[in-house]
Design a protein around this ligand. Structure first.
Ligand code: ZN
Ligand code: ZN
Length: 300
């Protein structure tokens, strides 16, 4: 989870029928993109996309696979979600899981949840520890969000866990660039660090690249007001680049605000290809190859 669903611009002075049409459009799923073979959705939330059981998960993956998205990593936010993500990865061999306590839920860490998370992370279909990190947007706005102090403590525990199990650390960062990089430096980063839904400027991007981190771009890179993000997406070396949907949030342009799912990933992959001046097909091969190497996912 990166954000609340995109609220978008609130257009003033619209007629009622215009507003109704807009409202309808917001519920409408985007059309299928032209297929782009070889992609992996590096970060999605299948349960929040309508996944409930094996059948509904299969339907989401069938749809994704029809446009070239062969595998997805479904990411948990809390303990209930983590158990569900591991089950989903067992139901369908196109699904892999990442488990952790999201910074919002950092206060849920105790001896029992720590032991259970560690056991889940060692599951062969769990490919990353995440999403964990720091979120400075929600404290003060939501009573349900853990305080920054608690977030720091839980983040450090997840960093240590990733190192002990030898799996990538998947980072959530919202308005916490400096502290996040400092905590990682102080603790010692695991071998593989993925900055999910990268949202920093070019300087943060360069610092992450220099530290060997992976930058994963979501639909935000295609938004009209994301010029700085496009500069970041251009300067990352091929082998440190991923794309993700973070679905159901952050639907790529021109469908911003409509429901997102893994089948929408080719829109973002093509946006990144345009930024980097390569073909969509070439970009998909690079991005898919990176995801398979980073998460240790076999070819379909
Ligand atoms: Zn997420
Ligand atoms: Zn997130």
């Amino acid at each position: 989870m990166s954000d609340t669903p995109d609220a978008g611009a609130n257009g003033g002075g619209e007629t009622l029928s215009n507003k109704a049409a807009k409202k309808r459009r917001r519920r409408e799923p985007p059309p299928d993109p032209a297929p782009l073979p070889g992609l992996v959705d590096a970060h999605t939330h299948l349960a929040a996309c309508g996944g409930r059981d094996a059948e509904s998960v299969r339907a989401i993956l069938d749809h994704a696979q029809a446009v070239g998205v062969d595998h997805v990593v479904t990411v948990a936010d809390d303990m209930v979600d983590a158990r569900w993500a591991v089950a989903a990865a067992e139901w369908d061999d196109r699904v892999y899981a990442a488990v952790a306590l999201h910074p919002m839920h950092a206060g849920d860490l105790n001896d029992e949840t720590a032991a259970e998370l560690e056991q889940m992370v060692r599951h062969p279909r769990v490919v990353a520890v995440g999403e964990t990190g720091l979120d400075y947007y929600w404290p003060g706005r939501s009573d349900d969000c853990a305080s920054p102090e608690v977030q720091h403590e839980t983040f450090r525990w997840h960093i240590d866990l990733a190192k002990r199990v030898g799996k990538p650390l998947m980072i959530h960062n919202r308005e916490a660039d400096r502290d996040l990089l400092d905590v990682l430096a102080a603790e010692g980063a695991p071998e593989t660090v993925i900055m999910h839904c990268f949202s920093g400027d070019r300087d943060v991007a360069r610092e992450c690249v220099d530290r060997g981190f992976i930058l994963s771009f979501a639909g935000t890179v295609s938004f009209a007001n994301s010029e700085e993000l496009r500069v970041a997406a251009e300067l990352v070396p091929d082998e440190q680049l991923l794309v993700e949907t973070d679905a159901p949030f952050l639907t790529p342009h021109p469908y911003r605000g409509q429901p997102n799912q893994s089948y929408c990933l080719p829109y973002t992959a093509r946006a990144v290809a345009d930024i980097r001046g390569v073909s969509g097909e070439e970009m998909a091969q690079i991005l898919g190859g990176n995801a398979r190497r980073i998460y240790n996912i076999p070819l379909p």
